[in-house]
Design a binder for this molecule. Structure first.
Ligand SMILES: [Zn+2]
Length: 75
């Protein structure tokens, strides 16, 4: 297999699955799968993981752990 490089991000592509895909589902050997998916350029400089993280609202540090409510009230 030839040593292909993504024309967008410059990442070397070694495996077929790392290639981008055209709108018709065929492989696009000009770009990697991080840059070109289903005929559409993926947002520049952002990985899929980062995209997913963006969709998750920021976690609040709600450490409300109910450690077995033992209300030992001493009267
Ligand atoms: Zn790329």
């Amino acid at each position: 297999m030839e040593n292909n490089i993504c024309h967008r991000c410059g990442k070397p592509i070694y495996e077929l699955i790392d290639f981008g895909s055209n709108q018709d589902g065929t492989i696009n050997t000009d770009y990697c799968h991080n840059c070109y998916v289903n005929g559409i350029f993926v947002d520049h400089g952002i990985s899929l993981e980062e995209k997913i993280e963006k969709n998750i609202p920021p976690r609040k540090n709600n450490q409300t752990m109910n450690k077995g409510k033992k209300n030992t009230i001493t009267v």
